[in-house]
Design a protein around this ligand. Structure first.
Ligand SMILES: [Zn+2]
Ligand SMILES: [Zn+2]
Length: 281
């Protein structure tokens, strides 16, 4: 089973595999640079090689990066758009160099309120980035909680972005479902788990679902708010996670935590992973 957490790359990407081992992860997510800064960084060949060797030697079966929070491929501001595209291509280049399976991205914010334009622009820029950075790393559009003019809070919007991307690049595009985000966006994983999965299958298609972010939520159903909580301790509670962990359709998918880590990161991650594993028996 591919199960793990977001782990720190403090001190270099090469340190992530050891941190994965500490928590018994077989799948990890990382940031390849500080997510709240524009400054671009290169991942050096030595750092990348040590990272790749560390992943291979620890039987970690899935790796992905999450892109910078500043990137907005749906913005109406041309300066921010160009800056976002350059930063996104940098994210993809680093992911390719590290040999990551995927790069997770939020579909962005239609700052002018024109959601149709935002969706079309997001698709066009992802397509352009994939053309200009060839390779095997997939781009995964993450479901969002949907505050304000944020795109990607409905499965239909994610399906539309994917449909707009040229078939030449579309095979490199999929979806990451975040349990906290979809619950806040109004998909009731608690009371209607099967219905939510059916709606996903009918829109995006389960073949396009490639990664799960397993997070409980501090916020109410439909609140549009994005605040993660430890598994079973939030408004979602244990049951949706029990369903996910035992759902055969989702069994092959990597499942990664982004839950609060407190003072002892490894201890918090280990506790959350143990809780998830307890649902298997
Ligand atoms: Zn997430
Ligand atoms: Zn979140």
């Amino acid at each position: 089973m591919l199960l793990g957490a977001h782990v720190s790359t403090a001190g270099g990407c090469c340190n992530a595999p050891g941190r994965a081992e500490e928590i018994g992860a077989t799948a990890i997510q990382i940031f390849t640079k500080q997510p709240n800064r524009w400054a671009e960084v290169e991942v050096g060949e030595e750092d990348a090689a040590t990272f790749r060797d560390g992943i291979a030697s620890r039987a970690i079966g899935y790796t992905n990066a999450h892109d910078s929070y500043l990137i907005n491929l749906a913005t109406a501001d041309p300066v921010l758009r160009d800056r976002s595209l350059e930063a996104f291509k940098g994210e993809l280049r680093r992911a390719e160099r590290l040999g990551l399976d995927a790069l997770v991205t939020h579909p962005g914010n239609a700052t002018d309120g024109d959601m149709a334009r935002g969706l079309a622009q997001n698709a066009a820029l992802i397509e352009q980035a994939l053309e200009e950075v060839p390779g095997s790393t997939m781009v995964l559009l993450e479901t969002t909680a949907g505050a304000g003019r944020v795109l990607g809070s409905t499965f239909e919007e994610l399906a539309e972005i994917i449909d707009r991307i040229s078939p030449l690049q579309r095979h490199r595009v999929g979806v990451c479902l975040d349990t906290c985000h979809v619950y806040s966006a109004g998909y009731d994983l608690r009371e209607d788990y099967d219905g939510v999965i059916a709606r996903l299958a009918d829109t995006v298609g389960l073949d396009r679902l490639r990664l799960l972010h397993l997070n409980d939520s501090k916020c109410a159903f439909g609140s549009k708010k994005d605040r993660h909580e430890a598994i079973g301790e939030g408004t979602l509670g244990d049951e949706p996670f029990r369903r996910i962990m035992t759902d055969e359709r989702l069994a092959p998918l990597p499942k990664v935590l982004e839950t609060p880590k407190g003072d002892d990161h490894a201890a918090a991650d280990r506790a959350n992973l143990a809780r998830l594993r307890s649902f298997l028996s």
